[in-house]
Design a binder for this molecule. Sequence first.
Ligand SMILES: [Zn+2]
Ligand SMILES: [Zn+2]
Length: 214
Amino acid sequence: MRNLCLIYDSGITNEEKTIIVNTLAKAAKIFGNRKFVNLGKNPMLNGNKRVSADMMVAKSTRVKIGQYGPQYDAGDIWQQILDCPKQQKNHFYCVFFTSKDITAKLSKNYLNFCFGYTLGNIAVISTARTRDLPDDDRNVMLMGLIMHELGHAFGLAMGGRSNSENNLGVHCTNPNCVMNQGLTRKDLINNFRRSFRKGCYCKQCREQARLTFD
Ligand SMILES: [Zn+2]
Ligand SMILES: [Zn+2]
């Protein structure tokens, strides 16, 4: 069974790190009781060279959208994680955290904003837009994003399930499930909070999570 690994850049605060580590350790249990490994800030080997999380963010495309910016292309960060020989060799599930604001390309255009970006077994999450929230909302937002993006990494709501929809990715239509889609911060925080009261993943998502053995 593949490990669940954490990588974060130097902007992630100790407070955020605590929430991230605790949530990922919990998730590792839900997703098949797999091993959780904290790879830290300079985790990847490329030949003999260590590649740091900061380097990966710095090398990704910088875009400026509207009054915001700069934002970093999450797809570029994702690609660099995938390209590292260590990832190629072990194919571990990976959650990468950056304190920088991110965006993602949808067909040819960049989205105005993006909280998390997941493709295959690699997720990229930004804490930038959680930081101005009141403490309690920020914690809910961060924990929810982790569980939600990990759900994507493990393919939840996929496979032609009846209670799923395609809305910027495949999502669960159960309003009490962390895999429900939300397009604003307020919606997401409400969804996440509601889902945590109901056990985070709905019955069908939980069953799908349990069946992921790779
Ligand atoms: Zn999603
Ligand atoms: Zn669900």
